[in-house]
Write a new protein. Sequence first.
Length: 341
Amino acid sequence: MVDAVYFDGRSAQRHAVRLELDGADLLVSGDGVDRRDALGSLRISARLGSTPRALDFADGARCEVREHEAFDTLLREAARRGGWLHRAESSWRMIALSVVVVAACGVALFVWGIPAGAQLVARAMPDTLSRALSDQTMKLFDRHLLKPTRLDANRTAELTGRLEDLRAPDGAQAAYRIEFRSAPTLGPNAFALPDGTIVLLDELVTLADNDEQIAAVVGHELGHVYYRHGLRLIAQNSAVGVLAAWWLGDVSALLAAAPTLLIQARYSREFESEADRYAAELMRRNGIAPSRLAELLRKLAALHPEADDDGAAGLLASHPALLERARALDGERADEAAAAH
């Protein structure tokens, strides 16, 4: 026990009391005073020479203690009884470990948590929202980035007819819509919008040696649509906005932001490889060699040698490691040939 003087905060009357611990509580008793308070709820002044130490209570009451050694012993006992939490808070090792754990959890959330959540959100996103996002994005592109196609109408009709006959890997009719545009500043490229609209640029059609290479590119873009890569990128890059739109039903802010997010989108190597594998399956289903896509990737790599240095070429459907992807598709062909023998 520790002797102290108690003031109730309403008068100047002094009360001689004694302090003792009961678990994590401080008991104050004597001279008409009997109260129990959590020690952690009190504001305790630091020890300063022989100056009485003050214990301020939440209701304005105060205790003054002159028995410094006895009171320090009482505080040490309180710390010992405080259990693992108090010891953890008082240990620099535990604090350092906590910082590391929190940092690791943050990294895990960024690397695995957000992508996994984005995939779930993308799968749950209704088709009406996908169409609205795509329409808004296409309008913006036509206004600022793209120009009408310069291809002959007979050529676009011929290509459209051939491409619309493509079957998905499961044998179903592939559901998509082809749009032809020109964009000299973007160069040979193609991209897919979330609703299945696939935009082929004149520069890519001109670069291709044959229609099978163009069909291979369409297969690749259909892979992005099938796996909802565009929606997943939007969800990852604006996680809060997507969740709010999904939960509240107000998609206006998301519709406004989506075109910018899609413009800035650069598919990861994982996404590109996934789309390439889908394209290879689609090509096999339609009697086209997967090497057709590899051929076109090599032509793109020759035009953009920097693509294998900085990991991207093109504006939307970026093609990281073009030659690496071409070699992977060559592997598909080699596996096919081995199976045939």
